[in-house]
Design a protein around this ligand. Structure first.
Ligand code: 5AD
Ligand code: SF4
Length: 435
């Protein structure tokens, strides 16, 4: 029996990184590691990183700097960098921060046990391959331990779309779909551990092709899993929203009425420059079709302002698209140059122009988000309760529309799904009463 060692993982970026961190912790579990919530008593610190924007990537180096003191006090402490910064920068990380022992990319973390053995002997370990062996084949099956009622499950990884601004095709590699039967087995294991809601993850999840019926086929297969009550998926590309998937939004009871469908810009000129391969008109038609199938669906999106060449008129087209579509939730970003991407070669917009546009867009999106949230008052929603609230007697969960909902109650347990009448709308949550 190996001695118990402590692992501290800090996760940055997207939900796929949250999933990967769980799987890395499980892989290192076989080496005798248990997770700890603080770096102070850890034997290994692993940063699971994000490279999507410059700020996210630079944060990693300042975070590593903060562990210097800890490493000086405890020379046996191992420090690892995983995820997309590891993939993009590889050896450069060890050059900039020699105290880093291990660098592992998102497609090679099934090799962590061997890498851990190498660093335990005092060496360095680096693996940023896109290996032929599928990491999911090699990883241990999910532990049976009881877990919370919601979980992420990666079904597809990578991207072949090559949007001009995006590093994902380079950090996560080409699009790969996991076979449906493995996903269904993993979903069953999660349900046995207490999970009632699964969010299917992929950088381009609706391009999933590990089932003959595509993502819709997989969703219908998961619909048959007893005990699984809710299915969600993220992130989707407009061009992969096929009719079967749209129809499933209208007919599959377990599929929740929420859709994250990034459009990035409302200007045809910018959409073309971004290599998005659709027009604003096509996006409008698509939204109409989706809303016809599921009128109450809550739509979420991603936007980039200040892409190279964006004029005030292009930006106004984005504002106009937002006013036309109406989003219940949205994420918006200033364009950030990513080395190696096609747009990085183009002349950049002044920072103050980007800041001004971002503020205007966020004000509009914020108003819409608030209006959609306020429109829930008086309605009955179904809430999957996830945890106790901050105040005594309070429970918190999520509605079908992914709004956080709290209720004062003493007869609800974590994992229960109950009907709640919404009575108030606060900054980031809704308050309700059990029906
Ligand atoms: N600059 C700014 N935002 C970006 N995103 C992706 N790449 C960049 C970039 N270079 C945003 C997109 C994407 C989300 C995950 O991050 O909006 O949908
Ligand atoms: Fe970040 Fe994108 Fe990598 Fe996720 S896939 S960790 S968002 S760069």
């Amino acid at each position: 029996m190996t001695a118990q060692k402590k692992l501290f993982i800090k996760t940055y970026g997207c939900q796929m990184n949250v999933y990967d961190s769980e799987r890395m912790a499980e892989a290192l579990g076989g080496q005798g590691y248990v997770e700890t919530q603080t770096p102070d008593d850890a034997d290994m610190i692993l940063l699971n990183t994000c490279h999507i924007r410059e700020k996210a990537a630079e944060k990693i180096y300042s975070e590593l700097g903060r562990f210097k003191g800890l490493k000086a006090e405890k020379p046996d402490l191992k420090i690892g960098v995983a995820g997309c910064v590891a993939q993009a920068e590889g050896e450069e990380i060890i050059r900039r921060q020699p105290m880093v022992d291990l660098v592992v990319g998102p497609q090679s973390y099934h090799r962590l046990p061997a890498m851990e053995q190498a660093v335990a002997k005092g060496g360095k370990a680096l693996d940023t391959d896109f290996p032929k062996d599928d990491k999911f084949d090699t990883l241990r099956s999910r532990p049976k331990a009881k877990r919370g009622p919601t979980a992420f499950l990666t079904v597809q990884e990578g991207c072949d779309k090559f949007c001009a601004f995006c590093v994902v095709p380079y950090t996560r590699g080409a699009e790969v779909s996991r076979p449906a039967e493995r996903i269904i087995r993993e979903a069953q294991e999660l349900v046995e551990a207490g999970v009632r809601e699964i969010t299917l993850l992929g950088q381009n999840v609706n391009a999933y092709h590990g089932h003959d019926g595509g993502l819709a086929g997989l969703i219908w297969a998961l619909d048959k899993v007893d005990g699984l009550e809710r299915i969600r998926f993220t992130t989707s590309h407009p061009n992969d929203m096929d009719d079967a998937l749209i129809e499933a939004h209208g007919t599959c009871d377990k599929l929740m009425p929420y859709l994250h469908l990034p459009v990035q810009s409302g200007s045809d000129r910018m959409l073309k420059a971004m290599n998005r391969k659709h027009t604003r008109e096509q996006y409008f038609r698509l939204i109409e079709k989706i809303r016809a199938a599921r009128p109450d669906l809550l739509l979420s999106g991603d936007f980039i302002v200040g892409f190279p060449g964006e004029t005030e008129e292009d930006f106004e087209d984005t504002m106009d698209l937002v006013r036309t579509v109406t989003y219940g939730q949205a994420y918006s970003f200033k364009y950030s140059t990513r080395p190696g991407t096609p747009a990085a070669e183009k002349p950049q917009l002044p920072e103050e122009v980007m800041t001004d546009r971002l503020h205007r867009l966020q004000a509009l999106l914020g108003e819409q988000q608030r209006a959609v949230q306020d429109s829930m008052i008086g309605r009955d929603v179904k809430v999957l309760f996830e945890k106790k609230g901050r105040e005594a007697g309070q429970m918190i969960g999520k509605s079908e529309y992914l709004h956080a909902v709290f209720a004062e109650t003493s007869d609800v347990a974590v994992g229960d799904i109950r009907t709640v009448r919404i009575v108030k709308s606060e900054r980031n949550s809704l308050g309700g009463e059990l029906r």
